[in-house]
Design a protein around this ligand. Structure first.
Ligand SMILES: Cc1cc2nc3c(=O)[nH]c(=O)nc-3n(C[C@H](O)[C@H](O)[C@H](O)COP(=O)(O)OP(=O)(O)OC[C@H]3O[C@@H](n4cnc5c(N)ncnc54)[C@H](O)[C@@H]3O)c2cc1C
Length: 501
């Protein structure tokens, strides 16, 4: 049995079904997908027809190092037409002034190998214009802080970074570079510097950008994530003989002689079933609740550390015309309320069709807190997001035709796991119960969607090995580029020497 139908649970169930087992997957929500679930469509009239725009938890990027997720999609012919990211802007707002520079393609297409590829940014006069003289004086300090990530691999080795946050590292950084990296972290880790654990920051840097140029190359799904990713995954599970039960909330786990008994609520009725092996694929707050409320697991679960769940706000704005800038996405720093944005008519097929027919545009902006901001009423958040977009794109003033705000429950992971057994791992302290999810400990350097996928495969492998079946291989991350590898080797040597002394 698999409990939880987000990407991790669906991955685990599909791998079990591919080996001829018949997994039963329980998902509490009315539809599968968790943080990549699709939602209800918003409809607009235009050019004599009705246009439907399906909502989602938030648009997702599939990065260069997502080898296991990409392999899974290829094997099942899911989302074949991934859309490559082309241009990402950095917008910095100070009052009425908005500074902007393209920052993404210069890093991934740099001619200089990692970790020196960021020098590519300095070939752009617009990037220079974003910086103050203090930033130029402070560059060596910033470089030294970034290279800290070459000396530590917090996901694969124990480090003494616990309790330290990104804010500590930022202390003496110059203003605009601090704003840039803070915006990147809010966009990537959905949290502000005082909340971002230093280990999470270093893991993010290593996985997404510092070790390789192509790690920052990413793709979008060609449609909303429910339509292009989750619905086909559910169909693949069913085609291979698995069963997916939605609206089924697991309430308690009990040990039995043969394995586990899982109790769940569905349509106001209590159900229960026994399984030889159970895979827990919940978000961190839900996993903590289930394990603490089940007598068989409560005592150990009380002693574990659990990552915090974060809320997010997703604003969508429809305009009757399109912005002049051709960048399809961006991150925001300074006094912007929104943290990042995506012009969906450049990315998703159905929105592009509407744009072609009407000339209109649709932007999705994400607000990642702080919590005091997310606690504001809907009208306030919408008004602030609208003001931000119109300040950045003045040509869109008075052309807005529709807007929505979606509030996501606090299930998103504040990325804080490390290699310590204080965090729940794929192999759990309980026999016959393996765990997966983007917050679960596993010695593989991956985050978010790729972490959900790799831990999903690993959790399925634990069940397969127990049942005498052949496990699936997990594709390793591509190695660092040669200069990054050499520098990493040297810095780790220094770290070891200092520790020995
Ligand atoms: C706005 C936003 C944007 C993002 N963008 C990106 C991106 O661009 N790239 C990227 O890699 N990642 C991104 N992420 C992160 C990514 O969505 C997650 O890492 C990934 O979806 C986690 O999958 P999961 O299966 O581990 O967890 P979840 O998706 O949280 O799945 C857990 C599931 O368990 C179910 N559940 C909970 N309790 C119970 C219960 N008692 N019984 C049964 N079921 C239960 C939940 O309903 C849910 O479906 C983003 C996240 C957000 C919020």
């Amino acid at each position: 049995m698999v409990i939880g139908g987000g990407l991790a649970g669906l991955t685990a169930a599909l791998h079990l079904a591919e080996r001829g087992l018949t997994p039963l997957l329980l998902e509490a929500a009315p539809r599968c997908g968790g943080r990549v679930a699709g939602g209800e469509p918003v409809t607009l009239e235009g050019t004599g027809r009705t246009w439907a725009f399906r909502a989602e938890h938030g648009i997702h990027g599939i990065w260069g190092q997502y080898h296991n997720l990409r392999a899974l999609l290829r094997r099942h012919a899911i989302a074949p037409g991934l859309v490559p990211a082309r241009r990402e802007e950095w917008l910095h707002g100070e009052g009425k002034r908005v500074l902007r520079a393209e920052a993404g393609s210069m890093v991934r297409r740099s001619l200089i190998p990692a970790p020196f590829h960021y020098l590519g940014l300095f070939l752009r006069p617009r990037f220079w214009a974003m910086l103050t003289p203090f930033d130029l004086i402070g560059l060596p300090r910033v470089t030294a802080s970034l290279f800290l990530a070459l000396a530590y691999d917090p996901l694969c080795e124990p480090t003494a970074l616990d309790g330290r946050t990104l804010a500590g590292l930022f202390d003496k950084w110059p203003p605009r570079l601090r704003a840039f990296i803070a915006a990147l972290m809010r966009s990537g880790l959905a949290a502000h510097p005082e909340e971002v654990p230093l280990g999470g920051f270093l893991a993010f840097l290593r996985f997404y950008t510092l070790l390789r140029r192509d790690a920052w190359a990413f793709d979008y799904l060609p449609d909303d994530s429910g339509t292009s990713l989750i619905d086909p995954l559910v169909s693949a599970i069913q085609t291979h003989g698995g069963t997916v039960c939605t609206g089924a909330q697991a309430t308690c786990l009990e040990r039995t002689d043969g394995g586990w008994r899982v109790n769940w609520q569905q349509d106001n009725e209590t159900h229960s079933r026994e399984a030889k092996h159970v895979i827990l694929a919940l978000d961190a707050p839900a996993a903590r609740n289930l394990l603490r409320e089940s007598a068989a697991t409560a005592e150990v679960a009380e002693r574990l550390e659990w990552p915090q769940g974060l809320s997010t706000g997703i604003v969508r704005l429809w305009f009757s015309n399109a912005p002049r800038s051709s960048a399809e996405s961006g991150i925001c720093s300074g006094d912007f309320t929104i943290d990042n944005f995506f012009w969906l008519h450049h990315i998703q097929g159905p929105v592009a069709a509407w744009h072609a027919a009407t000339g209109g545009s649709l932007v999705e902006a994400h607000i990642y807190g702080p919590q005091e901001l997310l606690d504001q009423p809907d009208e306030t958040l919408l008004a602030r997001a609208i003001a931000d977009v119109q300040r950045a794109y003045p040509e869109l003033r008075d052309t807005r035709i529709h807007q929505t705000l979606q509030r996501n429950s606090p299930s998103h992971t504040r990325f804080s796991i490390g290699a310590s057994p204080r965090y729940l791992g794929v192999v759990s302290p309980w026999p016959g119960l393996s765990c997966c999810g983007d917050w679960v400990r596993f010695p593989h350097p991956a985050l978010f969607l790729e972490r959900a996928t790799t831990t999903g495969i690993a959790a399925a492998n634990a069940a397969l090995e127990r049942l005498g079946q052949q496990p699936f291989p997990i594709i390793p991350a591509s190695p660092p580029e040669a200069p990054a590898r050499a520098l990493q080797w040297g810095l780790r040597g220094v770290r070891r020497m200092v520790r020995t002394r």
